[in-house]
Design a protein around this ligand. Structure first.
Ligand SMILES: Nc1ncnc2c1ncn2[C@@H]1O[C@H](COP(=O)(O)OP(=O)(O)OP(=O)(O)O)[C@@H](O)[C@H]1O
Ligand SMILES: [Mg+2]
Length: 333
């Protein structure tokens, strides 16, 4: 079903990069990535990338059984990412699939991850979608913060909400750290190191600390945070009340984390999704008029609008080498 393709998209074109993540496992990140990709590829060139290095399964949601080229070929055989993006039949959709060879890559070497992050940002598709693994580890968060839009998939249950908050918090701190490096104001990092025990839990408090230390740089950092737009999707919704949850989490994030979170929409629970998965049938194309498929389509439209309205300036800095220097920010949080 898959055939490898090279550079088939206008090299001048700079598309949108979206990442789908979340602190908790099993919320539906891969379902959302796959089906957003499938839907948009009806009219756009789309590449979906399995960035879940621990347990890649994006291909399954797309109905793909056999993969010739995978992320392992990019990571270890020095192929370019564009070269391992395999076109799905005659569609506008390409897939960079994970492989069992990438299992256990939770601790991907720094230089390999940098190469991957760089080439992800250079993909020549109208939309590139990253399916990220569960957790707040750097290997998840770093994919999330390079995206123009980060999509957080949560479920209507308390643990999921808490994890979402923690995930956005970890991403915000990582983003701050990268911004500090980008603007070469490392003295703020050192300051945080010294004040590690005193760093308040709210990001607003952290920005106040920066403002006292160096008001100009604090403004720069606040500006960077303004461009960070985590978006929330509530998935597996069974009753109307569940929908409210998305707005609640967005409000919580806006209040305490100094970033503007947006609620994108809710996707109902549908047992057909699992049934499709079991027989390798892509959901949104086989159930195009179901409530869940319509919800995915609405979310895709909202994402296109958000992406058109405001793009983030590039965060192409070298994120911290976690082997060499662990982030003081995250440790102190
Ligand atoms: N809206 C939904 N209704 C019913 N089942 C769903 C829905 N969304 C996802 N699922 C099912 O939930 C399970 C987990 O989905 P998925 O693999 O997309 O989650 P994930 O967040 O990517 O998990 P992981 O953290 O392991 O990567 C799958 O069996 C999937 O079919
Ligand atoms: Mg997944």
């Amino acid at each position: 079903m898959l055939s490898p393709v090279g550079s088939v998209i206008n090299p001048e074109q700079k598309g949108y990069l979206w990442a789908v993540g979340g602190g908790k496992g099993g919320t539906g990140k891969t379902f959302v990535s796959a089906n957003l990709g499938l839907h948009l590829s009806a009219y756009l060139d789309v590449t979906v990338i399995d960035a879940d290095l621990g347990s890649p399964n994006l291909h399954t949601f797309l109905g793909v059984k056999n993969r010739n080229l995978t992320l392992a070929d990019f990571l270890y055989r020095r192929l370019q990412l564009e070269q391992v993006a395999a076109r799905m039949g005659h569609s506008k959709l390409r897939l960079v699939s994970g492989s069992s060879d990438t299992l256990g890559l939770g601790n991907l070497e720094h230089f390999r991850k940098q190469r991957l992050l760089r080439q992800i940002q250079e993909m020549r598709s109208a939309v590139t979608l990253l399916d990220i693994g569960a957790g707040t580890h750097f290997n998840c968060v770093d994919f999330f913060i390079i995206a123009d839009v980060g999509i957080l998939v949560i479920n209507p249950e308390p643990a999921s909400v808490e994890n979402a908050y923690q995930f956005i918090r970890a991403a915000t701190l990582r983003l701050l750290e990268n911004s500090i490096r980008k603007h070469k104001i490392q003295h703020l990092l050192e300051r945080i190191g010294a004040y590690r025990q005193e760093v308040p839990r709210s990001i607003h408090g952290l920005l106040e600390l920066f403002a006292k230390e160096d008001p100009g740089s604090a403004d720069l950092l606040a500006g960077e945070l303004e461009q960070f737009r985590p978006c929330l999707v509530v998935n597996k919704v069974r009753k109307d009340d569940d929908v409210v949850l998305g707005r609640c989490v967005a409000d919580l994030v806006n209040k305490f984390l100094a970033v503007r979170a947006e609620f994108l929409g809710a996707i109902p629970f549908d047992e057909q999704i699992d049934a499709c998965l079991r027989c390798f049938t892509p959901y949104v194309t086989s159930h195009p008029y179901s409530q869940a498929a319509c919800a995915v389509k609405l979310i895709a439209e909202r994402l296109m609008t958000i992406s058109r309205d405001g793009r983030r300036s590039s965060l192409m800095v070298e994120p911290a080498d976690e082997e060499a220097g662990r982030t003081e920010l995250l440790r102190s949080s």
